[in-house]
Design a protein around this ligand. Structure first.
Ligand code: NCD
Ligand code: ZN
Ligand code: ZN
Length: 347
């Protein structure tokens, strides 16, 4: 079965700054192995991507090392209002960190949020990490200035209910949900292994996400690799790798009749392309074996994380081949696209 190349609007490639966790070559190898041909990378790198110089640095590294196509977000900061808006065309979107998570980019002052909501072009993606009550404030702000806002990794019953109500009211809100929030509860992992933002929810949270599938515009991995040593250590950072498990998990849910293949493709390709204004890729597709049964394991995966929260899960549905702009980029477990093969979607 042939499907379009998938698009992940939320990944962390860790380059520059933390290439022991991931780099553009390893992260985009993981993307291709997972059936993704376009990824949008978050700005919480070191240095963070917040101005012309850091965007250029990160874009140059991506251009050299990425094996699939990519875009780079800018991070909203305390003093980059005008500068960020000027760079809108060169970036995939503007990311606002409104709650504490991994990295230095949290914005506390709501007047600053408002200024960014106003300064950023309404026709370019604006994405917020906003949990719980912060989400309510972010939705209000988008409504006040009457602009689109995309909510990253919705994870709880409260949050999906709020997004649903906002959509019913006609607010220009879209949202994504990560596979780990659809397939895991907080009781499934222990200690540092469970650390992720937003945190894993309860059974009720997971059920509410599935019950509100119609409200979910995209499935985004929030691929946030940290090494096994870091996760097992004294100060475990939040985040899970996800690029190489997302599609098999979703295809297994299709096999179980929890949603349709079309539901999956809309949320991992069509809607993402529309919401984020991502250019089409000619001669690009993914060949799937829908019946192939296999076991998820970090062994054989391409991410530098070296572990997966889904270790040992029996799944159905395998990526056989990925063709990227006319050339085979992945086949039978082997990544063929070289670093530098990827193109920037915002060139
Ligand atoms: C992300 C990371 O590690 O960069 N961590 C996470 O738990 N999701 C940051 C984020 O997406 O909030
Ligand atoms: Zn986040
Ligand atoms: Zn993230």
């Amino acid at each position: 079965m042939r499907i379009p190349g998938l698009i992940d609007p939320h990944v962390h490639m860790r380059e520059p700054g933390a290439t022991h966790k991931e780099d553009w070559a390893s992260g985009t190898a993981a993307a291709l192995a997972g059936g993704f041909t376009q990824v949008l990378a978050m700005p919480n790198t070191d240095p963070p991507v917040v101005d012309g110089a850091s965007l250029e640095l990160a874009t140059d590294l991506a251009a050299k090392n990425a094996r699939c196509d990519y875009g780079l977000y800018l991070g909203a900061g305390a003093d980059n209002l005008a500068q960020a808006a000027d760079l809108a065309a060169k970036s995939a979107g503007l990311k606002l960190y409104l709650d504490q998570t991994y990295g230095p980019l949290r914005l506390d002052d709501m007047t600053l949020w408002l200024e960014h909501f106003q300064a950023w072009p309404t026709d370019r993606p604006l994405v917020a990490h906003a949990e719980g009550r912060t989400l309510a404030a972010a939705i209000l702000m988008a409504a006040l200035v009457d602009r689109p806002l995309h909510i990253a990794h919705v994870a709880t019953r409260e949050e999906i209910t709020l997004v649903r109500a906002a959509k019913e009211r006609g607010f220009k809100i879209t949202c994504e949900v990560a596979p780990h929030h659809l397939f895991l509860t907080k009781d499934d992992l222990q200690g540092g292994w469970a650390e992720v933002r937003p945190r894993l929810g309860t059974r009720e949270d997971v059920d509410a996400l599935w019950a509100n599938l119609a409200v979910i515009d995209c499935f985004a991995t929030d691929h946030a690799p940290h090494t096994a040593a870091e996760k097992a250590g004294a100060k475990p950072p939040p985040g899970f790798p996800g690029l190489e498990t997302a599609l098999p998990l979703m295809l297994t849910a299709v096999h179980e009749g929890r949603l349709t293949l079309e539901d999956v493709l809309t949320r991992m390709s069509g809607n993402v392309r529309r919401i984020f204004g991502i250019p089409a890729q000619p001669e690009t597709w993914v060949q799937l074996d829908l019946d192939a049964q296999h076991t998820l394991s970090a062994q054989g995966m391409h991410s530098k994380a070296g572990w997966t929260p889904f270790e040992g899960w029996a799944v159905r549905g395998l990526v056989r081949t990925v063709v990227l702009r006319g050339q085979t980029a992945f086949e039978n477990g082997v990544v063929l696209a070289a670093p530098g093969r990827g193109q920037c979607i915002n060139d």
